[in-house]
Design a protein around this ligand. Sequence first.
Ligand SMILES: Cc1cc2nc3c(=O)[nH]c(=O)nc-3n(C[C@H](O)[C@H](O)[C@H](O)COP(=O)(O)OP(=O)(O)OC[C@H]3O[C@@H](n4cnc5c(N)ncnc54)[C@H](O)[C@@H]3O)c2cc1C
Length: 464
Amino acid sequence: MQLSPSVPDTISIPALRAALSGRVITPDDPEYDTARAVFVGGVDRHPALIVRVANATDVAHVIGVARETGLELAVRCGGHSNGAFGVVDSAIVIDLRDLQALDIDVDGRTAWAGGGLTAGAYTTAVGAHGLATGFGDTGSVGLGGITTGGGIGYLVRKFGLTIDDLLAVELVTADGEVLDVDADHHPDLFWAIRGGGGNFGVVTRFKYRLHDVPGIVGGMLLLPATPDTIAGFIAAAEAAPEELSTIANVMPAPPMPFIPADQHGKLSIMALLCYAGDAEAGQRAIAPFRALATPIGDMVRPMTYPEIYPPDSDDYHPIAAVRTMFVDRVDRDLAETILERLGAATGDMAVAQLRVLGGAMARVPVEATAFAHRKSRIMANLAVLYHDPGDKAKHEAWAGTFADAIRQGDHGAYVNFLAVEGDERIRAAYPGPTWDRLADIKRRYDPTNLFRLNQNIPPAPAAS
Ligand SMILES: Cc1cc2nc3c(=O)[nH]c(=O)nc-3n(C[C@H](O)[C@H](O)[C@H](O)COP(=O)(O)OP(=O)(O)OC[C@H]3O[C@@H](n4cnc5c(N)ncnc54)[C@H](O)[C@@H]3O)c2cc1C
């Protein structure tokens, strides 16, 4: 039984409320349960308080309270991290969701975005001007988490990672200082927050570069999944112009109205395609995918870029066993293994998601940011959804065995798709010199590891 949490005596709620412009939500408040909900299912954590901050000054104040009281400090933006890091028992949560300001400089092709916006809200607003910054495949993901971890999405081959379009941030440090950070000011910190996650401070505003994206050819293409179509899909995605970024979800065809009933539940490639450029050239680029087999469903069409994000449901909270990795190639043999493993999945809905990388992302030097996987060729994300938390071990075992079966030479991992998988996997996200440099910067900006409820990079020991 979960005991009802209480606010520690060391914190005066009236004084805290008086000191802040934002809102303090305690366990007694009617909105407490809504405020502590996150995307991943099976999470029922009770923080001591949740502070919906209104600005950087509020963030600095709450950091001060956490330091004085010794309470743990969680930071929450869109609430989508696999580790559910934005809600932790007995912690103070800095909830950034009220930081919604968006200042678009259309002529200058930049935007300052509040650190609580979602990818979808930002994309819709800048899309009204025919402009875009690339995030991921889901609109409800928060800018805070996806940006500080890297950001791999529908424009990755054309424009690179989200962090490749990050120009500056306003950030509150572990000692409550509000810093303007960019390539010229605190460049070490600017390097670290481009991939190093929430380890270095709380970003209250992001400044992004905007690109002209007046329209795309995009949407869902559903193909039967066979060793030939899977290997052919990856070959076509690698050969495609950089304007085209693809996500191939090998999974049972869901019972959607536009999918013929006799296909429901059969393994298919549910592909999401995005060609950012001229419509005719886009149709030409997509033709090789359509030619792989008679499509089961074809929703690919010219559209505006924001349309790539369909509305998300607030009620969807899946529990999943997940693994993330990079692979060098997906040939017929590997595709066969993928189909075999999915056929033996421990749950009804299991997926192997394959994303061909390269293009603009790979042209940025590896050492330029804390995201170290520029040369990785294909990202593979494996997942099985389940309902009963008591069955976790069985599903985790399936996901682990699947990952082992398809592992090749690339032992890296993308931090934003990691669950809570232990220190070794965090090290895999930050190999070699990247880890050493991050740990050193952590020592300088957060020596007590105040920001530790995350994919944590502990501070390097102080030099003797
Ligand atoms: C359905 C789904 C689809 C996804 N698709 C993609 C995808 O296509 N591409 C991709 O790259 N990733 C994708 N992700 C992964 C996603 O980028 C990470 O889960 C990310 O951490 C979520 O960010 P958030 O702000 O929503 O999460 P939160 O749980 O709110 O935040 C996660 C952590 O990030 C840090 N953080 C958040 N905001 C800030 C801030 N303003 N300043 C400092 N630190 C901060 C904190 O440590 C926080 O605990 C997806 C995740 C889900 C659930």
